[in-house]
Design a protein around this ligand. Structure first.
Ligand SMILES: [Zn+2]
Ligand SMILES: [Zn+2]
Length: 179
């Protein structure tokens, strides 16, 4: 029973955290913000440096906002299983570092790749696609969040276009590139 509680809490924390982080922060930030794009999608930077190790306050703030969805449910998960909560947060933190190690010429071993594809886990190679093209490869931890996240991205982009057309009707023609 204890083991089941631990496993359920780990998965619930990661599933809910990645869901909220993707749909409430990451996708809207790509459409309406500048901050995540500046920090996470700049060219010519080592991602392990600026996404994980740097002390630049903007980067830390992006990291903090991205990790907030994992943290807000901690008191609730803690009541079910403290060990599961700690392990879930550690798994999330480990995954942040792991998915950014592509900058070090990382190649995920094929057994690990197979396991990840069975469990729909994002590998560094998949996450790298998102860094290169902000339209693809959403979901920081789970790959099944990508299709709904891309749909959400398109909805928000249309909404942004509408808002701009209402506020600045003379700009109507020049709104093709919103990212
Ligand atoms: Zn990243
Ligand atoms: Zn992004």
């Amino acid at each position: 029973m204890l083991l089941i509680k631990i496993i359920v809490v780990i998965f619930a924390l990661l599933l809910i955290g990645d869901f909220l982080s993707t749909f409430v922060y990451h996708v809207p930030e790509h459409v309406f913000g500048k901050f995540h794009i500046l920090v996470h999608h700049s060219n010519n930077k080592s991602f392990i440096h600026y996404a994980v190790l740097t002390r630049n306050p903007l980067v830390l703030l992006d990291g903090f906002l991205g990790s907030l969805p994992y943290i807000i449910f901690v008191p609730w998960f803690w009541q079910i299983s403290p060990i599961g909560t700690i392990l879930g947060l550690m798994c999330g933190e480990f995954h942040v570092i792991w998915r950014h190690i592509c900058a070090l010429d990382w190649k995920t071993p094929s057994p690990v790749q197979k396991l990840c594809s069975i469990f729909c886990i994002v590998t560094p190679e998949i996450h790298w696609l998102h860094h290169q093209n902000a339209m693809v490869a959403y979901g920081d931890i789970f790959t099944f969040y990508d299709p709904p996240a891309q749909a959400w991205l398109r909805i928000l982009m249309k909404l942004k276009k509408k808002i701009r057309n209402i506020s600045f009707p003379w700009k109507k023609e020049s709104q093709n590139n919103l990212l």
